[in-house]
Design a protein around this ligand. Structure first.
Ligand SMILES: [Zn+2]
Length: 312
């Protein structure tokens, strides 16, 4: 199997920017690590694909983003982190959701995600305050929701298609998608033609199943020789968590709670939601984490006191 990759292109007439991605490996990795069932796999998978496309279109350099979706459906919250370099990780709150197929015999992602909620995107430009924006969910089918977010929050008229094909044993057969942005030079006739074309072509998962590459998909939409390819870069599921990083988060917990864990359990196991890595801390390690936590609590109390002191 070819490695996952994302192709960025622009039409030669300068009217559209177009991205297509094969993210089969990314979604397969997430499915294996979290043991997701069909509806959870499709919901998480589509969000992973959409987030990779969105980050490719709006992030630069070292910027990162977190996409959070919660529509009140059985899968709960879906959370995805992505950067501008094709790295992504994500998890779904309830991995074991399987639903009957919908009217068109597809996994009922809209029902699994729900429609009573928001898609929130937090962008971190490094250093400064992160930028955050949220829009109500359009359908919970994910592709529509990314399209709506781009139009509302980024003022970029676009079309997003994301799809995941799940095997009967819950493993991932294919996953991918496209994102097309309308540029200021686009005329109404070209936009109409594109909209019509997008309705005619098979779903991305069907195209990937018949061994079409991201470039083939873009050529199918716009016609051969109508595109300038800008980049073709790999994408991958990566989690940079570590025992040290989790210890640091634990040290921010109230000292009394850490003490309770030491007294009652004599150790702790923390699990990374994203990659499933397990980190174990023995009593000695917890005691040094407790020391850091107590020190922090002390400093906080001092700062708090000095703030409250009247300046007379
Ligand atoms: Zn991890």
């Amino acid at each position: 199997m070819q490695k996952d990759h994302l192709v960025k292109s622009i039409t030669k007439d300068g009217m559209f920017r177009a991205y297509a991605i094969d993210a089969t490996g990314v979604v397969a990795e997430a499915q294996k690590r979290q043991d997701t069932w069909s509806a959870s796999s499709a919901a998480l998978g589509r969000t992973l694909v959409g987030s990779l496309l969105l980050s490719a279109s709006v992030l630069k350099g070292k910027e990162t983003m977190t996409v959070q979706i919660n529509g009140g459906g059985p899968v709960g919250t879906i959370m995805v982190d992505a950067d501008a370099k094709g790295h992504v990780k994500g998890y779904v709150q309830n991995p074991h959701v399987h639903l009957p197929l919908n009217k068109v015999h597809k996994i009922d992602v809209g029902k699994a995600v729900g429609i009573n909620g928001f898609m929130q995107v937090m962008k971190s430009m490094g250093g400064d305050e992160p930028y955050s924006s949220s829009v109500p969910l359009a359908s919970g089918e994910i592709g529509d929701d990314f399209t709506y977010y781009l139009a509302q929050s980024e003022q970029i008229p676009s079309a997003v298609g994301v799809s995941v094909f799940v095997n009967d044993d819950n493993s991932i057969k294919v996953a991918g998608g496209y994102l097309i942005q309308t540029l200021p030079d686009a005329d109404d006739k070209a936009i109409d033609r594109l909209e019509k074309r997008l309705k005619e072509i098979p779903m991305v998962s069907e195209l990937l199943l018949s061994e079409q590459t991201p470039l083939d998909i873009l050529n199918l939409i716009f016609g051969e020789d109508n595109l300038d390819i800008l980049t073709d870069t790999p994408v991958e599921f990566t989690c940079s968590c570590s025992k040290k990083q989790f210890a640091k988060s634990l040290s921010r917990v109230n000292p009394a709670e850490i003490k309770k864990i030491i007294d009652e359990d004599h150790g702790a196991e923390l699990v990374c939601h994203f990659c499933g890595a397990r980190y174990n801390y023995d009593e000695e390690e917890l005691k040094s984490i407790l020391a850091v936590s107590e020190k922090r609590a002390e400093l906080d109390a001092e700062n708090g006191d000095s703030n409250q002191e009247p300046k007379e």
